[in-house]
Design a protein around this ligand. Structure first.
Ligand SMILES: NC(=O)c1ccc[n+]([C@@H]2O[C@H](COP(=O)([O-])OP(=O)(O)OC[C@H]3O[C@@H](n4cnc5c(N)ncnc54)[C@H](O)[C@@H]3O)[C@@H](O)[C@H]2O)c1
Ligand SMILES: N[C@H](C(=O)O)[C@H](O)COP(=O)(O)O
Length: 336
C-alpha cells in the first residue's frame, strides 16, 4: 500500500502544553517511520524550539518525510504576540485559528493524510472573536462545501482502550438537553457513527449501543419520558434502516468491561455522559476524534493545561495516541 502522506499537526494555543507535548511526542515517534505517518507542525517554530528537540522549518508537507527522522518539521507561521507558557494571550488567538485553517487546507489538498490538533483554550479564542464552540464546529465549517459521500457530521467521539463514546450534544447547558435531544438529532449522529465505524475503523458490521437520558432508562416513563417518546422510536426507525443499534440503555451499566464488549460504539446524549467514562478509563490514552467529515481529525483528550505549561511535566501520551489514531483512520480510508 502506498505510504501515507504526512499528518498535519496544529500547535494549538502556544501558551498551553501543545508545543511541549508535540516535542515530546516527536522524540518518541521519530524512529517509528513506516509504521506511522510522519507529521509536520503548523505553528511558530521558535516556540517549538524552546522544548529541547531539533526543529527544521520546511516549505511543504512533502519535505516532512525526509526531515522527520532528524528534526520536527515545521511550516513556520509566527505567533504575533510574545508567548509566555501558562499565560494565554488573545492577541495570538487569530494566529491559532489561522493555523487550524491552514492545516485543514493542507489535508483537503491531499498534502496531508489527516489533522491532529493540539489543544486550544476556548476563553482566549472567544475573546478574540472566534465564533465557534471549538475545533469540532470550526473544522466542520471549513469543510462544509467539500463533497462527502455519507451522512455529514460533525460528531465528536472520545475513545480510550475499547470504548468509543460519541456525542449527540457537545458544549451545551444541561437544562437544554430535553429540547436538544430530538429523534432527528439522535438518528443523524447514529448514522454518522455507523458509517464511520465502517469507513474509519474497518468494522464491516458495526454494533451500536444507545445511552438513555434518564436514570434506569426512564423506568418505563416513571422517571422521564424521553426514552418512551424520543429515543426508543428513534432506535426502532434506525433498526428499520438496517443499523444494529440497541434501545436506550441505562447509562450506569453501559461502561463496565462486559458491557463494552457488546458494542463497537455507544451513542451518548451529552458531554459528560461520554467523557467521564472515557477519561476515567484512560485519561492519558484517550483521544478526541471528529467523525463525519471529509477529513480525518483527532486531538488529545485534554486541554491546554495552563497550570503546568512550560514546566516540563506535561505528558504526551494522549497526543501520541491521537497521532496513532489519525494514522490508523487515514490508512483505513486509503484502503477503501
Ligand atoms: N482538544 C482540545 O482542544 C481541548 C480538550 C479539552 C479541553 N480544552 C480546553 O482547554 C482549556 C483548559 O481545559 P481544562 O482546564 O478543563 O482541562 P485541561 O485538560 O487543560 O486540564 C485539566 C487538568 O489536567 C492536567 N493536564 C492536562 N493536560 C495534561 C498533560 N498533557 N499532562 C499532564 N497533565 C495534564 C492539567 O494540568 C489540569 O490539572 C479549556 O479552554 C478547555 O475548553 C481543549
Ligand atoms: N470536549 C472536548 C474534550 O474535552 O476533549 C474539548 O472541548 C475539545 O473540543 P474541540 O475538539 O471541539 O475543540
Amino acid at each position: 500500500m502506498t505510504p501515507l502522506r504526512p499528518l498535519i499537526v496544529t500547535m494549538g494555543d502556544p501558551a498551553g502544553v501543545g508545543p511541549e507535548i508535540i516535542a515530546r511526542a516527536w522524540s518518541t515517534l521519530s524512529d517509528s517511520a513506516g509504521s506511522l505517518a510522519p507529521f509536520v507542525v503548523v505553528g511558530d517554530a521558535q516556540v517549538l524550539k524552546a522544548h529541547g528537540q531539533p526543529v527544521e522549518a520546511v516549505l511543504s508537507p512533502a519535505d516532512a518525510t525526509s526531515v522527520f527522522g532528524r528534526a520536527i518539521p515545521v511550516l513556520h507561521h509566527p505567533a504575533p504576540a510574545q508567548v509566555t507558557p501558562g499565560m494565554p494571550d488573545p492577541a495570538n488567538a487569530v494566529a491559532v485559528a489561522d493555523w487550524i485553517e491552514r492545516g485543514v487546507d493542507l489535508v483537503l489538498s491531499g498534502e496531508g493524510c489527516g489533522l491532529v490538533t493540539a489543544p486550544i483554550a476556548k476563553a482566549p479564542m472567544y475573546a478574540s472573536g472566534f465564533r465557534f464552540p471549538g475545533h469540532t464546529e470550526f473544522i466542520a465549517e471549513l469543510t462544509a462545501d467539500v463533497p462527502f459521500s455519507g451522512t455529514r457530521g460533525p460528531v465528536m467521539m472520545l475513545t480510550a482502550k475499547d470504548l468509543r463514546a460519541c456525542l449527540v450534544t457537545i458544549h451545551v447547558p444541561i437544562d437544554q438537553l430535553p429540547e436538544l435531544v430530538t429523534g432527528e438529532r439522535v438518528a443523524r449522529v447514529a448514522r454518522v457513527v455507523h458509517e464511520s465505524m465502517k469507513r474509519d475503523f474497518g468494522i464491516a458490521a458495526p454494533r451500536l449501543a444507545m445511552a438513555a437520558l434518564n436514570p434506569h432508562a426512564g423506568e418505563g416513563g416513571a422517571i422521564g419520558l424521553q426514552e418512551v417518546k424520543v429515543l426508543r422510536p428513534a432506535a426502532e426507525a434506525l433498526r428499520a434502516e438496517g443499523l444494529n443499534i440497541t434501545d436506550p440503555l441505562p447509562a450506569d451499566t453501559l461502561f463496565h468491561e462486559e458491557a463494552r464488549a457488546r458494542y463497537d460504539a455507544v451513542v451518548c446524549l451529552y458531554h459528560d455522559q461520554a467523557l467521564i467514562p472515557v477519561k476515567t478509563l484512560d485519561f492519558w490514552g484517550g483521544v478526541n476524534a471528529t467523525l463525519g467529515l471529509p477529513i480525518v481529525r483527532t486531538s488529545p483528550d485534554h486541554g491546554t493545561g495552563f497550570d503546568i505549561a512550560g514546566k516540563g511535566v506535561a505528558r504526551a501520551d494522549s497526543f501520541i495516541a491521537a497521532v496513532r489514531l489519525a494514522s490508523e483512520m487515514a490508512s483505513a480510508r486509503a484502503a477503501r
